[in-house]
Design a protein around this ligand. Structure first.
Ligand SMILES: Cc1ncc(COP(=O)(O)O)c(C=O)c1O
Length: 490
C-alpha cells in the first residue's frame, strides 16, 4: 500500500513555519548541498537511503526530490538517478553586521589559518606557509611505496603502531641522526604526528601552565601558538641574522628570571635561515645544562643545508639528556604524511606517556612508507638534488626582492631551508602590504606572526618552496610594488 503522495503530518517545526514532511526531507538535502557536503556533479543519496534515513515512504522521498529538481538543486539523469546540479542555488545569507575588530592575538590565529587556507585556493600564489610544493618532493615514488605497503602490510597496516612507533622507521631515523653527530639508539626515539606533536609533547613534559619559556625572536609562529595554547609565557631572545640566538642576551635572561625551558631552531631557523655555529650550540647546551633547564631543539630543516655538510645538532653536545630533539619529514618528504619524531633524552618516559594520551599512535602506513623511502628509496640522492634546488630558488627570489623592493630593504642570507626573511623600511607595516597583496592573489607571512610582542612589524617571510617561474616572479613584484607604494605614502 502506497502512502499518500502528500503527507500532511509535519514532524518538526522549522523556522517557525510548519513544513510538510517531503519539504523537511528536501530542506535537509538542500542544506547538504548549500554547505558543500554534497558537491556539484556528485550523485545524490539514493531514494532508498532517504527513506531509511528519514523514516519516510518512497512516495515522500520522490516528492522531495521532485521539489529539489524544480528548485534547481538536483537533476535527474535517465537510468542513473539524481545528481547535484552543476550550479545549485547558493544559500541566502543574512546581511552580515560589520566584522568586529580583532585584537592582535586573535588576528595572529586568523593569519595562521588564512596562510594555510590560501595555499588551497586555486587563484592564490601561496608564499605564506613554509611548505614545499609537491613538485619539489619525491611525491610519485613515495606514494608508490605507500601503495605497495598498503598492498602487502595486511593486518599490520590497519593496526595501531603504539609508542614508540615503527621500529624500522626508528632505526632509519637513528642513522639520519648519526649524520647530525647524535649517537642514539632506536629505543630512545619516539615517532610522532609531525614536529608539531613532538614540540607539544616536549613542552607538556617539561612545563606547567604559567611557566616562562625562552624562544627566539623572530621564531616560527607554530611555536608561539603552542605556548599560548599551553598557557606559557614566551620570553623572546633576539636573533643574530647569521648565527641565530644571541647567547649573551639569553645569559642575561637566565640571570634575571627562572625559565622552564628554551626552544631553539639552531640549524636554519624559521624564519631567518640562520645557522648557529657549532661553538655556540655547545655553549647553548652547556648554559642550560648548568641550570638543569631543558632545551627543546627543533631541527626540521637540518637536512636541507646549502653548506657543504649537514650541520651538527645541538643534541650532539648533550651529555645529560637535557636536550629534547624534534624532527620531521614534512620539509623533506611529505607534510601530509604527518611523520615526525622526538628524541626526548631524560624526559623519555614522560613524553611516551603523553604520546599515548595525546594521539595514542602515529599512523602506521605513512610511517612504514617513510621507513621504506629512507631504507631503499634513494633518500640521500633525493636530498642532494633538493638542497641544490632550494638553494637556487632562494637565490632567485632573493635577487628579485633586491631588484624590486623599496630602497632600504634587507634580505636574509639563509644557509639552508627554503624561507627568506625580508626587512622593509621601518615605516612600512607588513600587515598593510599583506591585506593588499592577498586581494591581488598573493600571500606571504607578515612579520607580526613571528613574535608576540609585535617586534617585527616591518618584516615579512617569503616561502621559496616552489620552483622559480614567471608566476612566482610576478607575485614577488606584486609584494614589492605594494611595499614601495606604502613607503612613498608616508
Ligand atoms: C620550524 C618548524 N618547526 C615545526 C614545524 C611543523 O612541522 P610538522 O609539519 O612536522 O608538524 C614547521 C612547519 O612549518 C616549522 O617550520
Amino acid at each position: 500500500v502506497h502512502a499518500p503522495v502528500t503527507q500532511v503530518l509535519p514532524i518538526h517545526v522549522t523556522n517557525q513555519k510548519q513544513l510538510l514532511l517531503y519539504e523537511q526531507v528536501a530542506a535537509s538535502v538542500a542544506a547538504l548541498i548549500e554547505d558543500g557536503v554534497l558537491r556539484a556533479g556528485e550523485r545524490a543519496p539514493s531514494l532508498r537511503r532517504i527513506c531509511d534515513r528519514h523514516g519516510v515512504s518512497m512516495a515522500t522521498a520522490v516528492q522531495a526530490f521532485m521539489q529539489l529538481e524544480s528548485r534547481g538543486f538536483l537533476e535527474s539523469r535517465p537510468r542513473s538517478g539524481y545528481y547535484v546540479k552543476a550550479r545549485p542555488p547558493g544559500r541566502v545569507e543574512a546581511v552580515a553586521s560589520p566584522a568586529p575588530s580583532i585584537p592582535m592575538a586573535g588576528r595572529l590565529a586568523t593569519l595562521h589559518a588564512s596562510l594555510f587556507e590560501a595555499a588551497t585556493l586555486p587563484g592564490i600564489v601561496p608564499l605564506g606557509g613554509a611548505v614545499p610544493s609537491a613538485e619539489m618532493l619525491p611525491t610519485v615514488r613515495l606514494n608508490r611505496l605507500l601503495a605497495a605497503r598498503a598492498r602487502t602490510a595486511g593486518k599490520r597496516g590497519v593496526a595501531y603502531d603504539l609508542p614508540p612507533g615503527s621500529e624500522t622507521l626508528r632505526r632509519e631515523i637513528a642513522k639520519r641522526m648519526a649524520e647530525a653527530g647524535v649517537a642514539i639508539a632506536p629505543n630512545q626515539i619516539l615517532t610522532t604526528c609531525g614536529a608539531t606533536e613532538a614540540l607539544m609533547l616536549c613542552l607538556r613534559a617539561v612545563t606547567e601552565r604559567g611557566d616562562a619559556v625562552a624562544v627566539e625572536s623572530p621564531t616560527y609562529f607554530g611555536i608561539l601558538h603552542l605556548l599560548e595554547e599551553l598557557g606559557l609565557e614566551a620570553v623572546e631572545v633576539p636573533m643574530d641574522p647569521r648565527d641565530g640566538m644571541d647567547l649573551t642576551a639569553l645569559e642575561k635572561v637566565l640571570r634575571r628570571r627562572p625559565l622552564a625551558a628554551c626552544i631553539s631552531i639552531p640549524s636554519f631557523s624559521n624564519p631567518l635561515g640562520s645557522l648557529m655555529p657549532e661553538e655556540n650550540k655547545r655553549r647553548l647546551v652547556a648554559l642550560l645544562a648548568a641550570r638543569r633547564i631543558p632545551l627543546i631543539e627543533d631541527d626540521v630543516f637540518g637536512e636541507l643545508h646549502f653548506t657543504a655538510s649537514r650541520p651538527r645538532a645541538a643534541k650532539s653536545f648533550d651529555d645529560d639528556g637535557g636536550v629534547l630533539y624534534c624532527g620531521s619529514f614534512s620539509k623533506s618528504l611529505a607534510p601530509g604524511y604527518r611523520v615526525g619524531w622526538v628524541a626526548p633524552g631524560r624526559y623519555a618516559e614522560r613524553v611516551r606517556a603523553l604520546k599515548l594520551t595525546h594521539t595514542l599512535a602515529t599512523a602506521t602506513l605513512p610511517e612504514l612508507a617513510v621507513a621504506d623511502f629512507l631504507a631503499h628509496g634513494g633518500y640521500a640522492h633525493y636530498l642532494r638534488s633538493a638542497r641544490s634546488r632550494y638553494a637556487a630558488n632562494v637565490a632567485r627570489v632573493s635577487e628579485a626582492v633586491t631588484k624590486i623592493f623599496p630602497d632600504g630593504t634587507q634580505v636574509s642570507r639563509p644557509q639552508g631551508g627554503f624561507v627568506l626573511w625580508v626587512t622593509l623600511p621601518a615605516e612600512v607595516d607588513a600587515i598593510e602590504v599583506y591585506d593588499r597583496a592577498l586581494a591581488k592573489g598573493v600571500s606571504f607571512a607578515p612579520g607580526h606572526m613571528f613574535s608576540l610582542r609585535q617586534a617585527h612589524r616591518n618584516c615579512l617571510r617569503i616561502s621559496c618552496g616552489e620552483p622559480w617561474s614567471p608566476r612566482l616572479q610576478e607575485a614577488i613584484a606584486v609584494i614589492g610594488q605594494l611595499a614601495k607604494r606604502l613607503v612613498s605614502k608616508r
